[in-house]
Design a protein around this ligand. Structure first.
Ligand code: PLP
Length: 439
């Protein structure tokens, strides 16, 4: 599929586009994790199918890192956008009908939300959540977990997929970030309450917030223990710190109210993004009125600004997506949970039949296959994952026609547009691939 075509006359369209991109866009991509080995260029995406520039189609389990929850180019979403932009684009003063409707739908959906602001990306929402937590508490430290990713904001960009030597130590995601920005973020271990308690003991009255992906999907799918989530709520409350759920992936996906609806643990602040606009740029920060009143327009001291926040395309996309997710006749959650279970059950029996040591994990629409010889509770266990096998499995699945992001620990997503037939076809491809890998 990615074979090098020699000679200009035989150049594939995908290679031509990738070459043109690489000449003027660093690495030919607009986001680092899109570089997965040239030449990849796509010309269409519809429903559960993506088609590359040479006309080869794939069943898409990458789903734009999980943004396209209803499937690509959903007609309900596209229609809502087209209608909205006929009337209004962006005024940048006061508010609009669309902003009010999107905010009301969001607050109705997210159990802990009393107020919400709209941004354009998960990273901006996280930046605002952290600024708000520090502004509201007057404290400097943030606790995050090894393996969780919260976007590109300097203050949180450390310790995602760390090598064994760097895990829980100092591991920036990028150069160019001041140590000072990162040193105020402390690292704990997921599903290990003692590692959090230790930080609170060491820094009494200095921790502004604990932030986590309630299900750390940036390392596949670590399943949170209920006692861990409840413990975080208790500890943060006891110490006067805020609890922030980063539901940028889990939000709207695992339940309309995000993972907090499933676990019943209510954070002070919630960030979300990705799926809420089904591929269009919209994200948010929700919280209690008590915390949100720290924003300057309510008389507080925390500044939020963004020229494009609340623009009509983003708002219309969010409104149409949320309405579709909650429509009983569509049955979104039943659909993706049923297909997700079918995929996970299938992968479990296939790996067992081929004698492959694996743990198939996930929630609802998300599934991953760890190649590992032990139960997976936290990052400590993931250090034993066979990265080469994980990546090989995904690469070979792409060759068969099912697009799974070809890097270890990356998750797969099922959308409303996927069918039982898609799942069964993918499972028979997996049967062949895993059979070859077992030999
Ligand atoms: N938080 C989580 C949990 C994420 O997975 C991501 C992106 O992958 C972000 C925040 C950042 O979101 P964005 O890429 O929209 O800035």
């Amino acid at each position: 599929t990615t074979a090098t075509v020699q000679g200009d006359s035989m150049k594939s369209r995908a290679r031509e586009l990738a070459d043109r991109a690489s000449a003027i866009i660093p690495g030919g991509v607009n986001s680092a994790t899109r570089a997965i080995g040239a030449p990849w260029a796509f010309s269409s995406a519809k429903g559960a199918t993506i088609t590359d520039a040479d006309g080869r189609s794939y069943t898409d389990y990458h789903a734009a890192f999980g943004a396209t929850l209803l499937g690509h180019a959903d007609e309900r979403v596209n229609k809502a956008i087209t209608e909205a932009i006929r009337d209004i684009d962006l005024v940048g003063l006061g508010t609009t009908d669309l902003e009010v409707e999107a905010a009301e739908l969001t607050v109705e959906s997210i159990p802990s939300a009393e107020m919400v602001i709209s941004t354009l990306s998960g990273s901006e929402s996280v930046l605002q959540a952290i600024r708000l937590a520090r502004g509201a508490t007057g404290r400097e430290f943030i606790v995050k977990f090894q393996g969780c990713f919260h976007g590109s904001y300097d203050g949180i960009a450390r310790n995602v997929i760390s090598s064994p030597e760097k895990a829980w130590g100092f591991d920036p995601n990028s150069s160019g970030i001041l140590d000072d920005a990162l040193n105020n973020t402390l690292i704990a271990e997921f599903n290990d309450l003692a590692s959090v308690e230790e930080l609170f003991d060491r820094y009494p009255d200095r921790i502004a917030a604990v932030i986590l992906e309630p299900v750390p999907h940036n390392v596949g799918a670590l399943i949170p223990e209920q006692s861990f989530l409840e413990g975080l709520r208790t500890i943060t409350k006891k110490h006067g710190s805020l609890l922030i759920f980063d539901e940028v992936i889990t939000g709207f996906r695992h339940a309309l109210g995000g993972y907090q609806e499933i676990c019943g643990v209510m954070p002070d602040l919630t960030t979300f993004g990705k799926a809420m606009g089904n591929g269009y740029p919209v994200a948010g920060l929700a919280g209690s009125a008590e915390v949100m009143k720290n924003f300057t327009p309510m008389g507080g001291s925390v500044m939020l600004a963004g020229t494009f926040n609340g623009n009509s395309v983003s708002m219309a996309a969010a409104i149409a997506t949320i309405k579709t997710l909650r429509a009983p006749e569509i049955g979104f959650y039943d659909h993706v949970y049923r297909l997700g279970d079918r995929m996970r059950d299938g992968l479990r029996s296939i790996t067992a039949e081929h004698g492959i040591q694996a743990v198939v994990s996930g929630v609802g629409s998300v599934f991953v296959t760890y190649f590992i010889d032990r139960e997976v509770r936290g990052y400590r266990d993931l250090l034993h994952n066979n990265d080469l096998a994980y990546e090989t499995f995904h690469r070979r699945m792409i060759d068969k026609g099912s697009f799974m992001y070809p890097m270890s620990l990356k998750r797969n997503h099922i959308s409303l547009a996927h069918t039982k037939e898609d799942i069964d076809r993918t499972l028979s491809q997996a049967y062949e691939v895993l059979g070859q890998m077992a030999r």
